[in-house]
Design a protein around this ligand. Structure first.
Ligand code: AMP
Ligand code: ZN
Length: 113
């Protein structure tokens, strides 16, 4: 399958990896929108949030825990951070392998654009 994030997970394409376990990999976003911008993806391919099934519940929890643990490691947890997932056109999704954004290092605006 021709998927950019599967290729990063398989190490066919380089990324600045900050987190890795058997199910999840976390790497720096190539166009950071904050001083810290890290993407957490499942190693298995799931295109969008709309394809999530009950069987993926633990995996999605693991993405969240990986983001939290990375925020702690980076020393930004106390100040705070934002995690989010975009879905399809209106959500602003551009890479169709689900990913959790971790944004930190500055105060985030609300509502989002
Ligand atoms: P989204 O718009 O939610 O689908 O997010 C996709 C993100 O992937 C964007 O923030 C891109 O900057 C990022 N991105 C695209 N290609 C790469 C890459 N090769 N390495 C790291 N991040 C990437
Ligand atoms: Zn993929």
């Amino acid at each position: 399958m021709d998927c950019l994030f599967c290729k990063i997970s398989n190490k066919e394409i380089d990324a600045d990896i900050l987190y890795e376990d058997e199910d999840v990999i976390g790497f720096r976003d190539i166009h950071p929108q904050a001083p810290y911008h890290i993407l957490f993806i499942p190693r298995i391919h799931v295109s969008t949030l709309n394809e999530l099934e009950t069987e993926h519940a633990t995996l999605v929890g693991k993405l969240t825990l990986a983001a939290k643990n990375t925020a702690l490691k980076l020393g930004v947890a106390e100040d705070g951070y934002r995690i989010l997932m975009n879905c399809n056109n209106h959500g602003g999704q551009t890479v169709f392998h689900i990913h959790l954004h971790l944004l930190a290092g500055r105060r985030m605006g609300w509502p989002p654009g």
